[in-house]
Design a protein around this ligand. Structure first.
Ligand SMILES: C[S@@+](CC[C@H](N)C(=O)[O-])C[C@H]1O[C@@H](n2cnc3c(N)ncnc32)[C@H](O)[C@@H]1O
Length: 356
């Protein structure tokens, strides 16, 4: 399954690694691609194994997107990759150009991950201290496992070993703090933060753009779009939901004046750059005597009118709603489709739509 191109890179670009969440088989990579696409970053996927994705791209541009992905746990720049045995790793480190990553004044750590039960004869702990010794000897830098200036990541994946410098890691506790029960107002229909963030990113919205959630509920998706720097408009048919969403955004210090009571079948705004939403299914959230299918059938033509050229609509619905047919019958092209098992009686279908 591992595919890698070992040829030399173009001068302007570097090789990066992303460690994605293993929570879903297709959403994390789709989210990463959508973020790269949204920021017009030319990239090439040069390797992938389980949660590891290797990308060649422009160094400065990739910094722009650090921390945006709900399902991106870590990113960094690759220093080297070799075969997964001690002699190749030693040779790789000795011949690597380490100066650009580590100097004698730096402190550093090396932590190794193993994906998919590979390279069993290499102990992670042994490899960490072996690499620590090699890097210290070659650069004069000192090991500091508690608060290193330069945290290195080793990854055993497939038949290769990768060594990289971590440039971004999801801050500890950041997801926990945004969990539905930690917000000012809880509602069972709300979306967990990683999935909500992923839906926002699948819409390819950029910071500063107008983002719409036409069924905003207590604001699970609106919070994530707002944290990404979007101008958020959230609409819900129930005043109490709008009030709760306002409280939830305020809880995170986010602007809440874009949250309004309204009907998604008759939207109170003229344009939006991107839309991501989770309409009511009639279980956790009320469909107000309608059905998910009928609500979507009335909402999609509205979405078509207000969406900026090239804009995307992302929505979830219970599998079996007939979302693909519905989207196509309203003149949308289905760019992407994912299934997400929630529990015995609910599997969500997530669609990414755009202009035909
Ligand atoms: C699944 S909830 C949204 C949850 C939200 N994404 C979150 O993460 O907190 C769906 C919401 O749609 C609202 N709703 C139902 N019919 C509507 C309509 N016609 N127009 C706008 N909102 C509607 C419900 O009141 C409910 O709050």
């Amino acid at each position: 399954m591992f595919a890698t191109l070992l040829h030399s890179m173009a001068r302007t670009s570097a090789r990066f690694f992303f460690i994605l969440s293993g929570e879903h088989s297709t959403l994390p990579l789709a989210e990463l691609k959508a973020i790269l696409q949204a920021y017009s970053i030319d990239y090439r996927i040069v390797g992938s194994f389980y949660k590891l994705i290797e990308v060649e791209a422009d160094h400065a541009k990739l910094e722009l997107i650090a921390g945006r992905g709900g399902y991106v746990d870590e990113m960094g720049e690759e220093v080297l990759h070799t075969e997964d045995n001690i002699s190749s790793i030693k040779e790789g480190v000795e011949s690597a150009d380490l100066e650009q990553f580590l100097s004698s004044e730096d402190t550093f750590s090396v932590r190794v991950l193993r994906f998919g039960g590979v390279s069993k004869d290499l102990s992670r702990v042994h490899l960490e201290s072996y690499l620590g010794g090699l890097l210290a000897e070659k650069t004069g830098a000192k090991v500091d496992l508690r608060s290193p200036k330069k945290p290195f990541r080793g990854i055993l994946a497939g038949s290769l070993f990768h060594l990289g410098l971590i440039t971004h890691q999801r801050p500890k506790g950041s997801i926990h703090r945004r969990r539905p029960r930690k917000r000012a107002v809880f509602h069972p229909s709300t979306m967990p933060p990683k999935l909500a963030r992923c839906l926002v990113n699948l819409s390819e919205v950029r910071d500063g753009e107008t983002f719409l959630d036409p069924f905003c509920g207590v604001g699970g998706i609106a919070i994530e779009a707002s944290l990404l720097g979007c101008e958020v408009v959230g609409v819900d048919a129930l005043s109490r939901m709008v009030r709760s969403a306002r409280r939830n955004l305020a809880h995170f210090g986010l602007k809440s004046y874009g949250l309004l009571r309204g009907d998604a079948r008759n939207l109170p705004l003229r344009s939006a750059d991107a839309i991501a939403t989770d309409p009511p299914y009639g279980t956790g959230a009320s469909t107000l005597k309608s059905t998910t299918k009928d609500i979507l059938a009335s909402f999609l033509p509205q979405a078509k009118v207000i969406l900026s050229p090239g804009g995307k609509v992302v929505f979830a619905s219970p599998l079996g709603t007939g979302a693909v047919d519905l989207a196509e019958s309203h003149g949308f092209k289905v760019f992407d489709r994912h299934e997400l098992y929630v529990h015995r009686s609910l599997t969500r279908e997530i669609l990414v739509l755009g202009e035909n």
